[in-house]
Design a protein around this ligand. Structure first.
Ligand SMILES: [Zn+2]
Ligand SMILES: [Zn+2]
Length: 438
């Protein structure tokens, strides 16, 4: 097993000055992972009633066997299959949450069987109710399993809620390998974001003194070459490559839990995906898998960094004063709130960038972390993951609109804001699309 047991369930003083905790005590990556569920649940819980949450697909992939194994061991399983909404899939939003909270009976624990939405809703509800939760992973599609955060849409805006990481994660490699490949490919996209989001994190640390932790930033350094250099092995469902991907995703979740915010794994590249999701809530045009959109966002963000790092003497530009209200329609109120909250930081950024020494220092810090956009594109391509706009069912016009509105949606500055401030955006977006044949 690639996940080091020594970090599970620990609390430690870190050289970064913070105390970090990983509440996940058990990580089982084994062919008999599901058989181990009753034993581990019993070791952590007093009662014997569990709310098992799945969707239609994950119930068939794993939920049904989990339910049987628990019942055979004397557990009272209260099963809930999530209702389908967008594209015949459940969604994680305030409305689904409220409805679920109404119908779910009390239990001693929650057990999510699924990935993104299933895991997020279960984590959220169990946290609200102060009940522990565990998860059975059914796909390597995202890094949220071991993270404490939930990313629901609230009033149509992608938000971030602090909850609690699961006490146990169960992964049967065979279930991951036999899941639809586009889910695995989506996980690769989400994981490739890591170096770019770390570069954004370094930027936020330098400009605004945001708490930075090298331990969290470098948690996946040893694992990265296993999937980054040989991504075609993922396509071939090579067990070692799949394990490296799963481990990388789990570690990225741990990193977010350790630092208490999403900076280790989410920066400007994620804004592209979040913007597409939010555009979808405005105009109803379906978005694609989170990680697949993030992978392409990572090519764009890395390309922006390439342009930023080639600047010798920065020319400072002021970003637009207001958000595009016409574009955001009925969610423009909450978008404007985020954008207005960022203005003070943008001013600090402009002030600091005006000094020559500052620019060379910043450039050298960012240059150490950034990855070439071409390498990211190549890695996605070799893996058979989404790499072109076409792969995520997105037109070039829609992608351009997403890039050019992605600075509006979050109050935390990213590479997108830096690119606007240096005059790279809005003009270079189209050039980048062409350069990487997106
Ligand atoms: Zn992500
Ligand atoms: Zn630390």
């Amino acid at each position: 097993m690639l996940v080091k047991k020594s970090i599970l369930g620990t609390t430690f003083n870190c050289p970064c000055g913070n105390v970090h905790s990983i509440p996940t005590k058990h990580f089982i990556y084994a062919p008999d992972a599901i058989d181990k569920i009753p034993e581990i649940l019993s070791s952590e819980l007093n009662g014997r009633t569990v709310n098992l949450i799945a969707d239609k697909n994950t119930y068939l992939a794993a939920g049904e066997s989990v339910e049987k194994i628990l019942e055979n061991s004397g557990w009272n399983v209260q099963l809930t299959i999530l209702p389908e909404k967008e594209n015949n899939k459940p969604v994680c939003d305030d409305i689904t949450f409220a409805n679920l909270n109404k119908i779910l009976k009390p239990a001693d624990a929650f057990l999510a069987v699924g990935s993104g939405v299933v895991n997020d809703l279960t984590k959220w509800i169990s946290f609200e109710r102060g009940v522990p939760y565990a998860v059975v992973a059914t796909a390597a599609s995202m890094n949220g399993y071991t993270a404490e955060n939930v990313a629901p849409a609230i009033n149509g805006v992608k938000s971030m809620i602090h909850a609690r990481a699961p006490f146990a994660v169960f992964v049967d490699p065979e279930i991951i390998i036999s899941s639809p490949y586009e889910l695995t490919a989506s996980g690769l996209g989400d994981l490739l974001a890591k170096p770019v989001s770390t570069t954004d994190w370094v930027m936020n640390n330098k400009f605004f003194n945001e708490s930075f932790c090298e331990e969290c930033a470098s948690l996946i350094n040893e694992i990265e070459p296993l999937y980054f250099n040989n991504s075609e092995k993922l396509k071939a469902r090579d067990p070692e490559a799949i394990e490296a991907l799963v481990t990388g995703l789990m570690y990225t979740g741990f990193a977010m839990t350790m630092i208490g915010f999403s900076a280790p794994a989410s920066g400007g590249e994620h804004m592209f995906s979040h913007t597409l999701d939010m555009m979808s809530s405005v105009d109803g045009i379906p978005h694609y898998f989170h990680g697949s959109q993030v992978g392409i966002g990572t090519i764009i963000a890395a390309a922006l960094y390439e342009r930023i790092l080639s600047i010798d003497k920065p020319e400072i530009h002021k970003m637009p004063d207001k958000i595009d209200e016409k574009f955001w329609g009925n969610i423009s109120g909450s978008i404007a709130e985020q954008y207005n909250a960022k203005q003070e930081k943008l001013q600090i950024m402009r002030d600091k960038l005006s000094s020559d020494d500052y620019w060379s220092e910043l450039k050298s810090l960012l240059g150490k972390r950034a990855r070439p956009a071409g390498k990211i594109a190549e890695c996605l391509e070799k893996a058979g993951a989404a790499r072109y706009f076409n792969d995520i069912n997105c037109s070039t016009e829609r992608a351009l609109a997403a890039v050019l509105h992605s600075h509006e949606i979050r109050k935390r500055p990213t590479v997108i804001d830096l690119a606007w401030t240096l005059g790279i955006l809005p003009s270079s977006a189209g050039e980048i699309f062409k350069e990487y044949s997106l």
